[in-house]
Design a protein around this ligand. Structure first.
Ligand SMILES: *Cc1c(COP(=O)(O)O)cnc(C)c1O
Length: 234
């Protein structure tokens, strides 16, 4: 149920559900972080979340991030999720904590060039289309090993994990299976040592399925509607 109760109250509830999922799955609570996906939300909503203790935010449009980020205190951690156009990379700077949507060589190259220019090494996650949904971005699981093999040639980009978006119409069982597949892929890939690659993070799980994701090994869950209420526009 998505209601528009206060953001503070919603955050308390989401955190409680996260804690329960952590307990059920016997995981170390320090390895799971909640990202408040604040896309399309006004700065006032982010400030309310900030007052309730939230420090990690995720946006999906560079322009919107540029407009909103300066309004919040600078102890926030900003994550970029959702497809990243190469012509927007030039606007990024050190205040981006992590990019979740590295999904092609052209983006890898552009990030590396810009990173060199501004003397930064980007923390990134490779987006994987684990559900093989033609409407979704991301490398297919088969493409990931070659992509990771080349990261060492781009010293201003580090890959710290994998990210996926589940299929919209999947059942809970199917979704859980996709999350499990992403973890298995990560575990398999992690057994090969690659320069610039350490796949410690798994970014998976949104409002409808973050508990399943935690049970399957997520380290970063990206929750929007369950914190901020139903979106008007996407
Ligand atoms: C919008 C979005 C989310 C959050 O989705 P909700 O259903 O609002 O929780 C998570 N990840 C990505 C990539 C998104 O674009």
């Amino acid at each position: 149920m998505l209601t528009n109760k206060g953001i503070e109250q919603s955050l308390v509830e989401v955190r409680k559900r996260i804690d329960l999922a952590i307990a059920r799955s016997n995981r170390d609570p320090r390895t799971i972080r909640l990202l408040a996906v604040s896309k399309t939300r006004p700065v006032s909503a982010l400030e309310e979340a900030y007052r309730a203790g939230q420090r990690r935010f995720a946006e999906n449009r560079v322009q919107e991030w540029l407009e909103k980020a300066p309004s919040l205190k600078n102890d926030c951690e900003w994550h970029l999720v959702g497809s990243l156009q190469t012509n927007k990379v030039k606007y990024l700077d050190q205040s981006v904590f992590m990019i979740h949507s590295l999904d092609r060589f052209s983006l890898l190259e552009t990030l590396n060039t810009h990173g060199e220019r501004i003397d930064t090494i980007w923390r990134t996650l490779v987006q994987v289309n684990i559900a093989r949904d033609p409407a979704k971005a991301g490398l297919s699981p088969e493409e990931v090993p070659d992509f990771l093999n080349s990261i060492g040639d781009y010293p201003h980009v580090q890959v710290q994990g994998l990210m996926t978006i589940g299929a919209f119409d999947a059942s809970a069982t199917e979704t859980q299976e996709f999350f499990r597949q992403l973890r298995v892929l990560r575990d398999t890939l992690q057994s090969t040592k690659r320069s610039g690659v350490d796949l410690r993070e798994l970014s998976m799980g949104m409002s409808g399925d973050f508990e399943l994701a935690i049970e399957e090994g997520a380290t970063l869950v990206r929750v929007g509607r369950q914190i901020f209420g139903t979106r008007q526009k996407v």
